[in-house]
Design a protein around this ligand. Structure first.
Ligand code: DX5
Ligand code: ZN
Length: 220
């Protein structure tokens, strides 16, 4: 089962003064995806990076760019993020007036579609779209900052979502994001998550030994 677990390190915890090298190091360390947190200071109270940075990183690696858009309204930027080199584009249903239309915009760019649920957002917001998407990103902290504490109440939501996906026999990944560490990673996998995002744990534990930290998150 562990073979199907993917680790998606969040570059939010990287050293932005050498971002290109950090991405290359993550690839060498065995990352499956590169998680890119895009924040607009409006949907969430923080600002990060835009499409231009993704475009500059794109030639450095073939790894999947797992782009988490925390911007509102999101539709106007889909095309730009797609063409900058995103592979998976994930948005929050609260950031669009028409979830079906946003899914369609991402599909038109031939990108994988993800929808993200904040800790208090219900599965009901996305239940009707599961057939049309590739991934659900469950937030286990309030989106906006790295280094926050994992909210264990999302485990129940993860289990429920996994059940729905299995019942419908769908091929939808469950990704989990926020406060993932060496202790809770087994629990989130057991609940049904198969893609683990991690910033602080991967960049800070064991003196920043990326390879070791990715391996522990994968195997624990
Ligand atoms: C928070 C971001 C996360 C965050 C993860 O809004 O979506 O990807 O960077 O960082 P850690 O693992 O430190 O919680
Ligand atoms: Zn994220």
């Amino acid at each position: 089962m562990n073979n199907s677990i993917k680790i998606s390190p969040s570059i939010l915890s990287a050293d932005f003064s050498k971002l290109g090298n950090e991405v290359i190091s993550l690839e060498k360390a065995g990352a499956d995806y590169i998680h890119i947190d895009v924040m607009d200071g409006h949907f969430v109270p923080n600002l990060t990076i835009g499409p231009e940075v993704i475009k500059k990183l794109r030639p450095l690696t073939n790894k999947v760019f797992d782009v988490h858009l925390m911007i509102s309204p999101v539709d106007n930027f889909i095309k730009e993020f797609a063409r900058a080199g995103s592979d998976i584009i994930t948005f929050h249903p609260e950031a669009t007036h028409d979830t079906a239309k946003t899914i369609e915009l991402i599909r038109k760019e031939n990108k994988k579609v993800g929808i993200s649920l904040k800790p208090n957002s219900s599965i009901d917001l996305i239940k009707n779209y599961l057939e049309q998407i590739d991934l659900v990103l469950i937030m286990s902290v309030e989106p906006g900052f790295a280094g926050q504490k994992f909210m264990p109440q999302v485990l129940e939501k993860t289990k429920n979502l996994k059940e729905i996906i299995n019942k419908k026999n769908l091929n939808v990944d469950i990704e989990i994001d926020g406060g993932i560490n060496f202790e809770n990673c087994a629990k989130v996998k057991k609940a049904g998550a198969n893609i683990l995002v991690s910033g602080s744990t991967i960049f800070k534990e064991n003196n920043g030994d990326l390879k070791k930290n990715i391996e522990i998150l994968r195997k624990n």
